[in-house]
Write a protein that binds this ligand. Structure first.
Ligand SMILES: O=P(O)(O)OC[C@H]1O[C@@H](O)[C@H](O)[C@@H](O)[C@@H]1O
Length: 318
């Protein structure tokens, strides 16, 4: 797959490719060999590979690329609603929409260096969206792959409406793991969470790091800006750094639910863990003309590296 079609202007470095199903994708590549693919359908990140070509995001072998379904895997954007926490359909509507590429994007930071591959996608509501959510917005999604292979996703939502609106949001992120029973999440200890499996009842996390032996679907509240997903078997740690997205969803459907999901293989729950940086407990309120920014930065590092540096990362603030 992957017929190269175009390269955009000097500010960005990406190719536009098409997959077998006809959707346009943007391929980001850096000289080290790391790469990422972003699909214009849903603004979804469908692949993130390190310099050795290893896939870091999970994609189900039964993933469905046909609208109106979102593809099971990668990183999807949930906006303006998370789950059933609102009046819209599950997870809002942005993951089912066609985004466009901005070929002349503004600099977000004055020190934005050229040493990375980057693309800006844009979404503005059509009449159909305005009927179910009557608020005019511009959503700018910037996906950046740095020279060392780190993936940064910055969402900017601007109110271009005459009235205020509020929304919730999530970066629904499927990490690829060797075996869920070998995985540990660090950084969420002692925090309060809402348990989606118990009518969103509020609990406090006890004990050490999170490990997994059954279905989990929790919204951790007021989480630190750095959280780590350690995969012992792979000797790999995902470091999640974030800003503007205080909550964190941890989800694995486990065996019984996986068997009932058409787009997930019966055993595939073992190879995935969703850890979503999100805004759920306190939705964002935007007045006319205001803009909100939510940032997610993902790194995959050898676990040996982490033993020395992780504590520092976990204490760090972006
Ligand atoms: O099947 P979907 O809509 O992609 O959602 C998958 C899961 O996403 C998680 O973020 C939610 O907490 C779960 O409740 C949900 O089942």
């Amino acid at each position: 797959m992957g017929q190269s079609a175009a390269v955009c202007d000097q500010k960005t470095e990406f190719e536009i490719v098409r997959d077998w199903n006809g959707f346009q994708q943007v391929l980001l590549r850096v000289p080290s060999g790391a790469s990422a693919r972003v699909c214009l359908y849903g603004g979804q990140i469908i692949s993130w590979r390190n310099e050795r070509g290893e896939e870091l995001l999970f994609t189900s072998c039964k993933a469905n690329f046909k609208p109106p379904k979102a593809m099971r895997g990668g990183v999807s954007i949930y906006f303006p609603q998370f789950g059933h926490y609102g009046l819209l359909g599950q997870q809002g509507f942005t993951r089912n929409k066609m985004w466009s590429i901005d070929c002349d994007p503004p600099a977000l930071h004055p020190n934005d260096s050229n040493e990375k591959a980057c693309v800006d996608l844009l979404l503005t509501p059509l009449d159909a969206e305005l009927k179910c959510w009557p608020h005019c917005f511009e959503f700018r999604l910037r996906v950046t792959l740095s020279m060392d292979g780190d993936l940064t996703v910055i969402s900017r939502v601007r109110n271009i409406n005459g009235k205020p609106f509020s929304f919730s949001f999530a970066y629904h992120t499927y990490f690829s793991v060797s075996d869920i029973s070998e995985v540990r999440v660090e950084g969420l200890e002692t925090l309060d969470y809402l348990d989606n499996l118990c009518q969103r009842e509020r609990f406090t996390e006890q004990g050490d790091a999170l490990t997994f032996e059954s279905e989990v679907d929790r919204v951790y509240l007021g989480t630190p800006n750095v959280v780590a997903v350690l995969d012992h078997e792979k000797k790999r740690t995902f470091v999640i750094r974030k800003a503007g997205v205080p909550d964190m969803v941890v989800w694995n459907p486990w065996e019984r639910k996986a068997k009932n999901m058409m787009d997930l293989g019966d055993e595939e729950y073992k190879q995935m863990l969703c850890v979503d940086a999100a805004v759920i407990e306190r939705p964002i309120n935007l007045k006319p003309g205001e803009e909100w920014t939510g940032r997610l930065e993902l790194s995959a590092v050898p676990s040996s590296y982490c033993s020395d540096h992780l504590d520092h990362h976990l204490l760090g603030v972006m």
